[in-house]
Design a protein around this ligand. Sequence first.
Ligand code: BES
Ligand code: ZN
Ligand code: ZN
Length: 500
Amino acid sequence: MDFQFKSISIEKDHVGVVFCDSKNRLIGHGKKLDQISKKAISSVINNDLSFQKRKSKSFDYAIVHAPNNLKLAKLYVFKLSDSSKYSFRDYQILGGHLFSLISFYQEDKVGLYLDGIVSKGISAVNVASEIILGALLASYKFDKYKTVNKKEKKTLKVKIYSANHARIEKNYSNVVAISEGVTLTRNLVTEPPNVMTPPEIAKNAASLEKYGVEVTILGEKEMTKLGMGSLLSVGRGSEHESKLAIMRWSGHKNKKKKPIAFVGKGVSFDTGGVSLKPANGMQEMKYDMGGSGVVVGLMKTLALRKAKVNAIGVVGLVENHIGNMATRPSDVVTSYSGQTIEVLNTDAEGRLVLADALWYTQEQYKPEFMVNLATLTGAIVVALGNEYAGLFSNNDKLSKQLEDAGKIEDEKLWRFPLHKNFDKMINSPIADMQNIGTGHPGSITAAQFLQRFVNKTPWAHLDIAGTTWTKSQLPTSPKGSTAFGVKLLNRFVNKYYEGK
Ligand code: BES
Ligand code: ZN
Ligand code: ZN
């Protein structure tokens, strides 16, 4: 999809989109077009009783073919509810619905008349930007492995007509930055696990160098030297080399300012290891690198839009496979922090990867805080389904900021408790800790485990096991990888940390 920005005009053979409110009154330039066409538009909607009855945010539409005097091939009237109350996210959803409409009818030259849509506290530029973002996100497609029935791609040209077109255009690169970050995340997660191996994810992280991100990749040799016995224990059964990729974006005017840090679980495929997972559903474990996918995508977004912040992204990349060298349940390993871990279940591997990645991040970069993302536990899906991600943190301010950003982007978080009595549940009889808890709260004991590797750093853990992948289409995400976390963290950075 290709966007252009123009002052209000009517272009021959284009398909126009105007808007009306819940009382079927045309908004902004729609009114003007109605006058020019001698009420061709209002008469269609006034004669369509079923259209008139439909309310709410459901984004219904009516079609006016070749309206009088307008040179337009067609005109869609798109119905809004009380748009004065719309949020940022409502406009993204509106953009998603607009894209569905346009692609359903296979339009290729479309003009959106956005003037006149106003909401409390949201500027005209933001209204347009969120609509465009929603449309871009909804248009995601992954068909590179299809050789037959591949739909031919026509580039859809969309024109934005607005008195504010220059300012909307200026902000467009920020919108593209978000959509490109989300697209990269979705691609990484959707690629099959025989392709998107740990070295391949690392290569994708390294490709951000062209946007000004400094990237360092550690391989097994370097990590062995450092003593990352926890992360390395996970990849022992795999033929693919484990990696730690470190991305560094220095956009703050003070390049020496303490960075903020994002850490991702990147298990390119989780068989469970010797504690093998059942066959049923195992194929889903290709998305067990979702946390790392979000961190790489987010770093791309921050770099593309030249965010005024110093940010570190660290991703622990391993494949959890079976093999003659694989870790056995009851093996004891020594983590990079020096703490020892009794590996009682090789399927609780994400925390082993994050343990070393988190300790490394706080030790190397002394960040202001760390936020890690991981498809960490099945238990979080039992608790929250696919609607919320779990939030665990040692810091109330950080939690609040993350929750707020999540609400704005509709990537919702729900905070769970941490407590020393939960922490006790991971003590081991023979090592400093064991990698599974003795009690029932599986998501919490997993988080308690991570907390033992953050030192005193303010930290938040997002368990995204239930939100990384969607089995049904969402307003701005087709089935499959959602990239849950990219928009949230981009908003969080922008709202609370940029330029500060
Ligand atoms: N990758 C899984 C968690 C997961 C489950 C992600 C479902 C996405 C959807 C993780 O490595 C795992 O296997 N966790 C175990 C932990 C258990 C052995 C303590 C789990 O949740 O069953
Ligand atoms: Zn596992
Ligand atoms: Zn896993």
